[in-house]
Design a protein around this ligand. Structure first.
Ligand code: DQA
Length: 138
């Protein structure tokens, strides 16, 4: 089983960025832990701060991989183009967020992506990613 994790803007700064919201761990070290939970899954990780690169990655893996876990960061709340890309591909996408976006500013309550996703997970810290990967297996 092949699963792609895609992180969007500012998530390269996890561990440094607003630690009271996003925690103290960088994604690279978390990704090593995550691979340990799922020995039998071929997990890949991609991060970009650029909307078009996220769309290109969705197109690249979206007709052959078994699942995509996408944290599009603030593009979640602004990008009809990423929503269209999810609608266009065949691979199911799960939208994830580290924080509980519904307990935050109003502009974070709307997602342009959720409608096209298999499901949405938010508010479990980095564990949101593990739960999302797990849900592709069962
Ligand atoms: C986020 C929530 C978004 O609102 C925010 O813009 C992010 C991170 C999260 O993982 O909690 O960059 O997607």
């Amino acid at each position: 089983m092949k699963i792609q994790i895609i992180n969007g803007p500012n998530l390269n700064l996890l561990g440094v960025r607003e630690p009271s919201i996003y925690g103290n761990k960088g994604f690279e070290s978390y990704f090593e832990e995550l691979k340990g939970y799922f020995d039998s899954i071929d997990l890949s990780y991609f991060q970009s701060n650029h909307e078009g690169e996220i769309i290109d990655k969705l197109h690249e893996v979206g007709f052959s991989y078994d699942g995509i876990v996408l944290n599009a960061g603030a593009y979640t709340h602004t990008s009809a183009a990423i929503g269209d890309a999810i609608a266009a591909i065949k691979t199911p996408v799960i939208e994830v967020h580290i924080s509980n976006v519904h307990a935050r500013e109003a502009f974070r309550h709307h997602s342009y992506l959720a409608k096209y996703c298999k499901g949405v997970l938010c508010g479990f810290g980095l564990d949101s990613y593990r739960l999302a990967v797990h849900s592709f297996i069962y």
